[in-house]
Design a protein around this ligand. Structure first.
Ligand SMILES: Cc1ncc(COP(=O)(O)O)c(C=O)c1O
Length: 381
């Protein structure tokens, strides 16, 4: 986001700090970039990346679909469908929402049964649970695929072994359910594009064999993981999109419905955080800047998302390696101990963190009584 230092200072003075600024033009730009390079793939924004209602609205207005993980996220999206007539609503639920958490408690299944939702699963017990509590669902079998080198791995917790896939599909159909397709997730911030080509190859073998056996699969869901240009070394999305488009064309029949669940890619670059230095101390020779946001709040991604934070000071000075730490009384609340910053920053000076839109406020807590950042929306329509 290109906001000048003067503008950032003005906004901080006007709204206070910490200030989480979301630029909706960038959200729209990222979504359109995704669609431009993968026109055959319907994008289901992964609400978990940032569930802020204004973001969901902007993407809904852009025509996005949504990947949800809980009843509350489901209802957050469903709100926008309420005014449709029943026929349209049925069509839109299918087209707009996928419940992509492979394990759902039976209370949630019972509550969403009336919406005939599309949902993922990856094991035999889940098939039994869905058959009992939500037999209106359309199923998507999530496969375990390589996630080598991704910032966040997925395969240790999710995905059926490919060798078990056909038996699970058979079990679902035998239980009276319908398997609509297959899905995978190569891990978040996937910079190793081999993961996608291997996953697509593996998915195609199962998809085509299932069809040969008479199971009419339609959907291939390529998940999330699309990399964000956090730094100049990050591989380009355009290159990945080219690989995916070519591989999908080569591997799947022309009538396959391709969908994806991008989260980080849509929102990461759309937000910037302005925090304020509230204390300064030298500890064992190292300069510590204490700021009014931390790992229990907007920087929660440092813990949950293995995110490497970035800081820029709005005052110039001779740089040294500093620690930047949060406001809570917990010594764990250290955002970084290795950031190069001017040594002459003062209490009241501002720090700016770019590309903090994904997995940040989504997992922020109220620990120690701190409220977390105010949210400012720019360029909403
Ligand atoms: C099932 C599923 N789909 C999509 C996503 C979004 O992934 P990303 O933010 O890497 O695009 C996640 C992230 O955890 C996920 O668990």
């Amino acid at each position: 986001m290109k906001l000048s230092a003067t503008r950032l200072k003005e906004l901080a003075a006007q709204h206070g700090t910490p200030l989480f600024i979301i630029d909706h033009d960038i959200i729209r730009r990222n979504y359109r970039l995704f669609k431009k390079h993968l026109p055959a793939v319907q994008a289901y924004y992964a609400v978990k990346a940032n569930s802020n209602p204004e973001i969901v609205r902007t993407l809904f207005d852009e025509g996005a679909s949504f990947d949800v993980a809980s009843y509350n996220e489901f209802m957050q999206v469903y709100t926008y469908l309420r005014h449709f007539n029943p026929k349209e609503k049925n069509f839109y639920i299918w087209d707009k929402i996928i419940f992509s958490n492979t394990i759902k408690d039976h209370q949630t299944l019972a509550k969403i049964k009336k919406y005939r939702p599309l949902m993922t699963f990856d094991n035999a017990d889940e098939v039994r649970k869905i058959a009992q509590y939500c037999d209106t669902a359309g199923l998507v079998l999530r496969l375990k695929v390589p996630d080598i080198g991704s910032q966040i791995e997925m395969s240790s917790k999710f995905g059926a072994e490919p060798a078990d896939a056909l038996a699970l599909i058979r079990q679902a159909f035998d239980s009276g359910l319908v398997v609509e397709g297959l899905s995978f997730h190569v891990g978040s911030q996937c910079t190793n594009f081999e993961n996608y080509s291997t996953a697509l190859q593996l998915t195609a073998e199962i998809f085509n064999e299932a069809r040969r056996q008479g199971y009419p699969l339609k959907i291939v869901d390529i998940g999330g993981g699309f990399p964000v240009p956090y730094d100049s070394d990050s591989p380009r999305f355009e290159k990945l999109a080219h690989i995916i488009a070519a591989e999908c064309k080569r591997l799947f029949p022309a009538d396959t419905e391709l969908i994806a669940e991008p989260g980080r890619f849509i929102v990461a670059t759309a937000a910037v955080l302005v925090s304020e230095i509230i204390g300064k101390a030298r500890r064992e020779g190292k300069l510590f800047y204490h700021i009014n946001d931390g790992v229990y709040h907007t920087f929660s991604g440092v813990v949950y998302d293995h995110w490497i934070p970035n800081f820029r000071a709005l005052r110039k000075g001779k740089e040294e390696v500093c620690a930047v730490v949060g406001p809570t009384c917990d010594s764990f609340d250290k955002i970084t101990t290795a950031e190069s910053l001017p040594g002459n920053l003062r209490i009241g000076d501002l720090l700016v963190t770019a590309n903090i839109g994904a997995y940040s406020i989504a997992s922020s807590t109220k620990f120690n009584g701190f409220d977390g950042a105010r949210i400012l929306h720019l360029n909403t329509l």
